[in-house]
Design a protein around this ligand. Structure first.
Ligand code: GTP
Ligand code: MG
Length: 194
């Protein structure tokens, strides 16, 4: 059975752990306990293919960000999470995205470019350069249930996902269990194709 590692990244308190624990254990953690690093395993069936998934839940807090290049190197796919209730949490994803592009292009840029295929065709449809290797990424706007505290409009996130070559964007709630399975399934589908 194929094995993939998905790394959850994004600023502090955006809900990376809540989404991970909701996906792994089907419960909502309402307390905020900042993560250092947690790893989980789960099998997931997507389109009839069962994969063994390792989920690495990382720290959003600055002091642990030095580890992020290690996480990027080790990941096959990435969930980049911000909170719909905090505009600043969108900006925090830029550095992570750039780091993913830089590291994944230098480590296996030519191999990925040679693979071309579906990812390239999709990027081409978005008007992007065809030769750019596509790393499996999903952009996630979490805390959708906190409608009255919302600071990030849907169009802001959609524009960001377009500027990244059309990565899929989902709005989620770990609390109300909205789109939690969907984000993991999407990144797994991308990893299977990559
Ligand atoms: P770090 O580990 O410090 O990087 O934070 P994190 O991104 O893992 O955030 P965490 O999952 O710990 O969530 C932070 C706080 O937000 C907690 O109190 C969660 O219960 C709350 N939270 C997370 N997701 C949601 C959500 O979808 N809705 C609501 N209402 N609260 C959420
Ligand atoms: Mg956490």
């Amino acid at each position: 059975r194929p094995e993939y590692k998905v790394v959850i990244m994004g600023g502090g308190g955006v809900g990376k752990s809540a989404l991970t624990v909701r996906f792994i254990h089907q419960i909502f953690v309402s307390a905020y306990d900042p993560t250092i690093e947690d790893s989980y395993r789960r099998n997931l069936n997507v389109d009839g293919i069962t994969v063994a998934l390792e989920v690495l839940d990382t720290a959003g807090t600055e002091q642990f960000m030095s580890l992020s290049s290690l996480y990027v190197r080790s990941g096959d796919g990435f969930l980049l999470v911000f909170s719909l209730t905090l505009l600043d949490s969108v900006a925090e994803l830029h550095t992570i995205w750039e780091q993913i592009q830089r590291i994944k292009e230098t480590t296996h840029g030519t191999a990925a470019a040679a693979r071309g295929g579906g990812a390239g065709a999709r990027a081409g449809a978005m008007g992007e350069k065809l030769e750019r290797p596509r790393v499996p990424v999903v952009l996630v706007g979490n805390k959708l249930d906190l409608q009255h505290e919302r600071q990030v409009g849907r169009e802001v996130a959609v524009n960001l996902s377009r500027s990244w070559g059309g990565v899929p964007y989902y709005e989620t709630s770990a609390r109300k269990e909205i789109n939690v399975a969907a984000i993991f399934e999407d990144v797994v589908r991308q990893m299977i194709k990559a």
